[in-house]
Design a protein around this ligand. Structure first.
Ligand code: NAD
Length: 246
């Protein structure tokens, strides 16, 4: 059993899907968690389902908005204490081939998926540096490694997260802060619910382990990287995809 002993974690987009599974796992391991979400009601009700308000809280912020993120981090630290673990999970897709992609489609995806992580890292890094300890895990995607037709904006944002992860890992290593990324493959969540049955079957054929992933599969890797078991791991990308990309 991974033991997090009251460590305070901040999980963006933790109201549902992978982020929710990560928040639940962190709580199970003894962590205290602030769930950041765009929808305050969704974030608070997810939090309430996991524990009382001394253990897990919901705080509203759109991660693409620098000032909102700074306020949300301050609120989380007031209620739970200094952030030990940051999980950058909030993300979205606005798919389309590049010749038909609007500027708005591009900006929305890059602002949430990539700038959102920059915003939260800025908001927590100084405190972690002072305390000379911290963990940051960024949720990328296998698409950030391989590219994907119709997802230039999403793939660029997820590849960007890997560059961000490695750069910040190098900048903060001497302060005892470890920064890694997890790149999920195809995980069944609201984000992937719309996929037509034929495409789902075709995808299954490319997954050596023969099943789609569950949010808990990703959460396990994230919690490992947040724990003392990963004390000598930084700047890495762990792919959680049933062997699809190797
Ligand atoms: P999801 O759509 O179920 O959850 C995404 C969460 O992020 C939601 O709670 C949403 O409200 C939140 N969010 C979106 N924009 C936000 C914003 N501006 N500010 C704050 N919160 C915001 O999706 P998911 O499948 O659970 O995805 C979680 C992460 O995993 C995403 O970064 C996604 O890109 C990544 N990922 C998912 C898969 C997959 O197959 N599901 C694969 C690879 C990577």
């Amino acid at each position: 059993m991974i033991e997090l002993e009251g460590a305070v974690a901040l999980v963006t987009g933790g109201s549902r899907g992978i982020g929710r599974a990560v928040a639940e796992r962190l709580v199970e391991c003894g962590g205290r968690v602030a769930i950041i979400g765009r929808d305050e009601e969704a974030a608070t009700s997810a939090a309430a389902s996991m524990g009382d308000s001394s253990t897990v809280i919901g705080v509203r912020a759109d991660v693409s908005q620098t000032a909102e993120v700074a306020d949300a981090v301050a609120e989380a630290e007031t209620q739970l204490g200094p952030i030990d673990i940051l999980i950058n999970n909030a993300g979205l897709a606005r798919d389309g081939v590049v010749v038909r992609m609007s500027e708005d489609q591009w900006d929305t995806v890059v602002d949430v998926n990539l700038k959102g992580a920059f915003n939260t890292i800025k908001a927590v890094a100084r405190g972690m540096m002072k305390r000379r300890s911290g963990r940051i895990v960024n949720i990328s995607s296998v698409v950030g490694l391989t590219g994907n037709r119709g997802q230039a904006n999403y793939a660029a944002s997820k590849a960007g997260l890997i560059g961000l992860t490695k750069s910040v890992a190098k900048e903060l290593a001497s302060r005892g802060i470890l920064v890694n990324a997890v790149a999920p493959g195809f995980i069944t969540t609201d984000m992937t619910d719309d996929l037509p049955e034929a495409a789902r079957t075709a995808l299954l054929g490319q997954i050596p382990l023969g099943r789609l992933g569950a949010p808990a599969d990703v959460a396990n890797a994230v919690v490992f990287l947040s724990s003392p078991l990963a004390d000598y791991i930084t700047g890495q990308v762990i792919v959680v995809d049933g062997g699809m990309v190797m």
